[in-house]
Write a protein that binds this ligand. Structure first.
Ligand SMILES: Nc1ncnc2c1ncn2[C@@H]1O[C@H](COP(=O)(O)OP(=O)(O)OP(=O)(O)O)[C@@H](O)[C@H]1O
Ligand SMILES: [Mg+2]
Length: 471
């Protein structure tokens, strides 16, 4: 079926309508150029798989025997067989006389020039192919050895018998099949792969579709050259298949399998890492914004060294989350018990006027929360502890602070209790409890209460664990 450039580009590429028009325009002079240069000419466009190219137009020179028996329009030009095309599509630079293997498994030399659109983007390439069969004439002597499947397999087997180092050095699995798919030769890597997949050792003479069923789909396609990635269990394998043809007869099939599992896993890990780095930048930006708005609020209130110390405590609470993150084995989760203890100890140590001797107790189980939730929690707990130290134990010698935290029924609850003079709302403008209220209501979607108790003051923060989302 004759397919137009328009149809091919729409199906196999991501080219725009105007890019396709440029390709169509170029293709009009293709036949004339082929006749003039007496060479096979093609136009390839980058395929939408991001790796290979697709042949969208071709022209054979008139009066000169062509290298090709069939049309290759609509076929893939695989990057590993036509490296010059891949290079030009990737870099936008021309490439001269580079060896390639055609869709009919013949050696040619390709000169490739990019076709660009008005924005300077490479939308395709013009390829001129030269027959290098003359140059590879001496190679034909070697080829003669492999005229039949048997001889070729004997050659390969002979090679491995003489020098097994060569076959062991090949990282890919190499299999030679006869035209019916029977395994005539396999290298040690292929042997290991088959054993790993089906557990059986007898390989020679068995059918490829029995041993490696995932290849069947590829093998049944009658393409001379094919390259495909397949997932087999947890493995990712790249399968290349080359149909060996001699005097228009299929004499055998060469299958090369490369294990890409490790490579793909590394690519996946790299993607996860870059996503984590993005996330960290996002969190750092958020935390710096929090710090600057806290400083701005404090600035409006004015005050001397004490207010600077308050700001320092707030910044140190955020820093405590990062210190916990550094020690944590998890990427973005913080252990809350340690975090609260760290903030408590930090507050006691940094207090400016130490009239009373204050002890602090922590009750709660180990648990992990996302770092943004941990930052909100750190800031609020800091404020509550600061208040105990600043207001609760005025004119007293001793004081005790009790911090209790738990998660029950998808809710996290933390209470800060003291045995001091007891809370009473003052008329003075204050910042601390405002900060607590804002963070609890807006960032944590929770509730905050503070009240005078029989023995002192009790402040409680409760918030749902599921609803809390990254800001
Ligand atoms: N644990 C407590 N014991 C007794 N009184 C408290 C306690 N916590 C808060 N208060 C009272 O509530 C008031 C408001 O507290 P808030 O933290 O908002 O402001 P502040 O501590 O006075 O100033 P800052 O902005 O530096 O925090 C305090 O001034 C204090 O009178
Ligand atoms: Mg306060």
């Amino acid at each position: 079926m004759h397919r137009t450039i328009q149809e091919l580009c729409s199906q196999y590429t991501t080219l725009t309508r105007s890019d396709i028009d440029i390709i169509i325009e170029k293709s009009k002079s293709l036949q004339l150029t082929a006749d003039l240069t007496q060479a096979n000419l093609f136009i390839d466009c980058p395929a939408n798989d991001g790796k290979h190219a697709i042949v969208v137009a071709e022209a054979k020179p008139a009066n000169v025997p062509s290298l090709y028996s069939k049309s290759v329009v609509g076929k893939y030009a695989y990057a590993s067989f036509e490296p010059a095309v891949a290079f030009t599509h990737k870099t936008g630079k021309p490439m001269k006389r580079m060896r390639a293997i055609t869709q009919e498994a013949k050696y040619v030399k390709q000169s490739v020039v990019p076709i660009k659109n008005g924005h300077g983007e490479t939308i395709g390439s013009l390829i001129m192919e030269e027959d290098v069969s003359e140059q590879v004439h001496h190679e034909n002597k070697v080829k003669a050895l492999s005229e039949t499947n048997e001889q070729l397999s004997q050659t390969l087997i002979g090679l491995t018998e003489q020098d097994s180092i060569i076959s062991n050095m090949i990282q890919e699995s190499l299999l030679l099949l006869d035209s019916k798919g029977r395994i005539l030769y396999y290298n040690s890597c292929a042997g290991c792969l088959i054993k790993e997949l089906d557990g059986k050792t007898d390989i020679l003479g068995t059918f490829i579709h029995d041993r490696l069923p995932f290849i069947t789909g590829i093998y049944e396609k009658s393409e001379s050259i094919l390259q495909q990635e397949v997932n087999v269990g947890k493995k990712v394998l790249e399968v290349k298949q080359i149909i060996l043809v001699n005097q228009r007869q299929i004499t055998g099939i060469l299958v090369v399998i490369r294990d890409l599992t490790e490579l793909r896993e590394k690519e996946r890990q790299l993607m996860v890492k870059s996503a984590v780095i993005q996330e960290i930048h996002h969190r750092v930006k958020n935390n710096l914004q929090t710090v600057s708005s806290l400083l701005r609020l404090q600035m409006k209130r004015g005050g001397g060294p004490e207010s600077i110390q308050q700001s320092l405590n707030r910044i140190s609470s955020i820093a405590a989350v990062h210190e916990e993150l550094l020690e944590s084995s998890k990427i973005d989760e913080v252990e809350i018990k340690q975090l609260i203890e760290r903030i408590g100890q930090m507050s006691i140590q940094s207090r400016m006027c130490a009239d009373a001797e204050v002890s602090i107790e922590f009750h709660g189980e180990e648990m992990y929360l996302k770092s943004d939730v941990a930052v909100s929690l750190a800031l609020t707990i800091n404020e509550l502890i600061q208040n105990c130290l600043k207001h609760a134990f005025k004119y007293r010698n001793h004081g005790n602070i009790l911090i209790h935290f738990s998660d029950a029924q998808d809710h996290f609850e933390v209470s800060v209790e003291d045995n001091g003079i007891g809370y009473s709302s003052s008329n003075q403008s204050s910042l601390g409890l405002d900060i607590v209220n804002t963070i609890v209501c807006h960032d944590l979607a929770g509730t905050f209460t503070i009240e005078k108790t029989k023995s002192g003051t009790k402040a409680v923060i409760t918030f749902p664990l599921k609803e809390v989302e990254a800001v």
